[in-house]
Design a protein. Structure first.
Length: 204
């Protein structure tokens, strides 16, 4: 258990608006964790791609399993967080849309540059974990499929999760799997089942 317990929150609606206004010292009930724990195979070299609140998940991967490179993308330097903490537990790569920190562009550009620099032998031990908005996760999977089999790619997309226990269907992937119960990371082993390749863009 993390001590102190920390949450990464983006203010997007009524609940998060209320959460942002909570005063220090307020008692809160937190339900979870939900879904399935991540267990990379021994000796795996983890490539973790994150955007938005997705860094919270991949930071824990790096902290708990080591041997990780994190690729963190954001709109601007102001939207970056856990940077120092992530740098302590991983090789950290940063990209911002406006160029205010790190690579000027999208994070998948940095990812592809890094993968191109690896030998075929080095790529054999790679396993990918993508976490963030659907367009970013989709783009990351497209890049990764050029360099490894889809069985080594796992995706967690920021859907509008609601109930957290698999009843409401708000976080359903296109194949019916639910992030809160079957995830949060879903494998991309079959292109017809890939939550990233086939997911709709929320709000479109």
């Amino acid at each position: 258990t993390d001590d102190p317990f920390q949450l990464a929150v983006i203010n997007l609606g009524e609940f998060t608006e209320e959460l942002m206004s909570v005063e220090p010292g307020t008692e809160a009930y937190v339900r979870g964790p939900h879904g399935n724990a991540v267990s990379p195979e021994p000796g795996a070299r983890i490539m973790a791609v994150a955007g938005g609140t997705g860094l919270a998940a991949v930071y824990q991967l790096a902290r708990d399993f080591g041997n990780t490179e994190i690729f963190f993308g954001a709109r601007s330097a102001e939207r970056l967080y856990f940077v120092d903490e992530s740098a302590k537990v991983s090789d950290l790569h940063i990209a911002t849309d406006d160029g205010s920190r790190g690579h000027h562009g999208v994070i998948t550009e940095l990812l592809e540059q890094r993968l191109e620099a690896l030998s075929p032998e080095e790529r054999e031990s790679l396993v990918f974990y993508n976490c963030g908005p659907a367009p970013m996760v989709r783009a990351a999977e497209v890049v990764e499929r050029k360099y490894c089999s889809p069985e080594r790619i796992f995706n967690a997309i920021d859907y509008w999760t609601k109930c957290g226990v698999g009843i409401c269907g708000a976080c359903d992937a296109p194949d019916g799997r639910r992030l809160c119960v079957d995830g949060p990371f879903l494998d991309a082993a079959d292109s017809d089942r890939s939550a990233a390749i086939n997911s709709p863009v929320i709000g479109s």
